[in-house]
Design a protein around this ligand. Sequence first.
Ligand SMILES: Cc1ncc(COP(=O)(O)O)c(C=O)c1O
Ligand SMILES: Nc1c(O)cccc1C(=O)C[C@H](N)C(=O)O
Length: 397
Amino acid sequence: MTDFAATKAMFDLPEGVIYLDGNSLGPLPKSAGARVQRMLTDEWGQMLITGWNKAGWMALPTALGDRIGRLIGAEPGSVVTGDTLSIKVYQAVASALDLNPDRKVVLSDNGNFPSDLYMADGLLRSLGDAYELRVVDPEAVAGAITEEVAVLLLTEVDYRSGRMHDMKALTELAHANGVVTVWDLAHSAGAIPVDLSGCNADFAVGCTYKYLNGGPGAPAFIYVAPRLAERTRPALSGWLGHEAPFAFDLDYRPGSGIERMRVGTPPIIQMTALSAAMDIWDLAVMTDVRAKSIELTELFIERVEATCPDLQLASPRDPQQRGSQISFRFKEGYAAMQALIARGVIGDFRAPDIMRFGFTPLYIDECDIERAVGIMADIMQNRLWDTPEYRIRQRVT
Ligand SMILES: Cc1ncc(COP(=O)(O)O)c(C=O)c1O
Ligand SMILES: Nc1c(O)cccc1C(=O)C[C@H](N)C(=O)O
């Protein structure tokens, strides 16, 4: 059983803040500061370049990959960390296309995070006019999986509404049509149990700064199914994905298995912060996290609907159909979110009218929900959002 009171005590959250935005940027693990400081002074400071071997920096991308792999049902040795998620999307789609060379269509949906579509579009444009990025409604994805499609690129949990695709069913359908799958787990890893191996997924990517709490700019991760790894040709063929980086050969030969998805020098300071976050994840069982997340989201919906009738649920009502976030529609959602943030309840706003709240059982509990909804009810019932200050539209995160 996961001890959520213990995990909550391991995060540094500002006094008086109820943080419902861990689906965008997770909070600071208390141990991260000292851990990073130690890495700086004892490793970088004292070991200098020998730290790559002596301190295990070179092995950190795969070591962290395995720790993340446990949370997403990946086989040991099938996940590596590094780069940004946008880069990993590009890398996965390029490799997936390469495994299906006679087909030219990448299929995605318009609920996908824009960066995934931008990266796929940029890649396809560089490959020539024969290639097509086909973007359909989320509900139309299954029907659009045909033998014309090379790659299916989907984000499992919709960043705006929290609506979840059925990874197992869509992967099965894709394979039945000869389609290679790329799953973006940005809003899944650490939010819901994922079973990449059980779903027979091909490629998956994700970030570590959201539910995994690795910090701003924490590295992304990529998964390649072991059955495909030795056949995968990396388009981003950087030297650290080479079979023998320190041979400095002029010809590229991919490294073994997942190692080939490495590109360049790993961000060790960020990875050290992520290691501290993963220590907390080592204490968590994903099925407990999911059960608690459902309890929290159900409580939140019930209380908000009882006290804030102007807000309309934009997430699936059935908890099995959504990830670990709840979104409400409200025409003045931006102003309302600013008012909430000013009172210490931090969620975020997504255009045009979505107020988004993330639920993260590692550090959010029922008391937080009750307090957050109390503040929300006060703001909504008394129109406290209706001030020029809150209504001003600024850059939003
Ligand atoms: C689903 C999804 N894909 C891709 C990205 C882009 O990630 P990054 O900024 O790390 O490249 C994000 C978040 O920013 C996301 O939510
Ligand atoms: N990655 C982000 C950033 O660098 C700045 C602000 C926000 C983000 C996010 O992650 C946004 C997030 N992907 C979303 O779901 O909207």
